[in-house]
Design a protein around this ligand. Structure first.
Ligand code: DNO
Length: 358
């Protein structure tokens, strides 16, 4: 496995490239142009700027997360072709600077959803938390109104400046079913994957987080069956997944090690993190260690190891520990500890295998 680390860019991340290169075994950054709105073509000068910054520290820029998909593509609107063309141009430019994997997602309106970004754990650290009942009881349009009246009451993705857009988007999605979303995803892939193939870039869709429908919006990259269906939409090595153990692991029915074993040759990029799931459907992000959460991270790493995995891996969200001030989930300390845990498992497996003890 090739270890990489997410970096949000100069001035946009509390963790410096200099610190990142000091984490054992990290070869590159996972990056994006976060200030370019979804749907716009990425400017070459800005891409080259990131490359130059990473070069100084000997870090590669082989993995991009994410080139976001414009909502019109997910909605299947006639304007989608324009945004798909932009997407293709971005793929071509990224190939020119050596990018190998592009992560993206196909979740309507929201990316990951949590109800608390700083839930206090027993040890005094804080972590991202999802309260199932709270989310299920939300009527999105009522919530939009509530936030407008009381800007203090908010959740990630529901920023007051996004409210008008949110109202329009909820209306636009009102009649979009899961099957429609599958159709729109297929259309997107049929256009994008041939370009990715020619340019040697593996497209890697991120599972939905959480892996079920929320706020009445359809979500489809949620389970083993649906991943299988996704990979068959366009059966190419360049149409792959970002296997995120935490996103899929929020549903205890998803057996993550088994999913890895089934789709190993279509996983160019892995996100590894743990999550503790409660009986009522709530979940909290824990340390990466197996015994701290509900996902068997040892079995996850073992599955990759036994499949001869050579793709990219990054630790995923960490807790906020040692008073670190950082982006929610993206501090240095807990993610670096996570990396050492992953290496610990990987190196032990490798050693035992070499010595014929596995
Ligand atoms: C959360 C991440 C996601 C991920 C996107 C991929 O921290 O795992 O935001 O980057 O869903 O497009």
């Amino acid at each position: 496995m090739k270890m990489v680390f997410r970096w949000f860019g100069e001035g946009n991340d509390s963790v410096s490239l200099n610190y990142i290169r000091q984490i054992p075994g990290v070869e590159g950054i996972v990056w994006a142009l976060h200030d370019i709105p979804a749907g716009e073509e990425w400017p070459m000068e800005k891409i080259l700027e990131v490359k130059k910054q990473a070069d100084v520290y000997g870090l590669n820029i082989n993995v991009v997360e994410s080139v976001n998909v414009h909502e019109d593509i997910k909605l299947g609107l006639p304007t989608r072709d324009y945004y798909i063309e932009n997407y293709k141009r971005t793929i071509e430019k990224l190939a020119q600077v050596g990018v190998k994997v592009i992560c993206y997602n196909f979740m309507p309106v929201f990316d990951w959803v949590r109800t608390d970004l700083y839930k206090v754990l027993k040890d005094g650290s804080t972590a991202l938390f999802y309260e199932h009942e709270k989310v299920m009881n939300i009527n999105p349009l009522e919530l939009v109104k509530m936030i407008a009246d009381n800007p203090k009451f908010t959740m990630p993705g529901w920023e007051p400046e996004r409210l008008k857009e949110l109202t329009n988007l909820f209306e636009a999605y009102q009649n979009v079913t899961e099957e429609d979303l599958w159709e729109n995803l297929k259309y997107f892939l049929e256009n994008i994957i041939p370009v990715a193939e020619v340019n040697g870039i593996k497209m890697a869709i991120h599972p939905d987080d959480p892996p079920w429908s929320i706020f009445g919006l359809p979500r489809i990259i949620t389970s083993r069956e649906n991943i299988r269906r996704f990979l068959n939409l366009v059966d190419s090595q360049y149409n792959g997944i970002t296997l995120c153990s935490g996103s899929l692991g929020a549903n205890p029915k998803n057996n993550v090690p088994e999913i890895i074993r089934e789709f190993a040759d279509r996983i160019p990029f892995a996100h590894i993190r743990n999550v503790k799931v409660y009986e009522n459907g709530d979940f909290i992000e824990t340390s990466h260690r197996t015994c701290d959460g509900s996902v068997d991270i040892f079995e996850v790493v073992k599955a990759y190891y036994e499949c001869g995995f050579t793709g990219y891996v990054r630790p995923d969200h960490g807790r906020h520990i040692w008073d670190e001030q950082c982006r929610p989930g993206y501090g240095l300390y807990d993610r670096a500890l996570g990396i050492m845990y992953l290496w610990g498992i990987w190196d032990s497996l490798e050693r035992m295998s070499k010595e014929g003890r596995l």
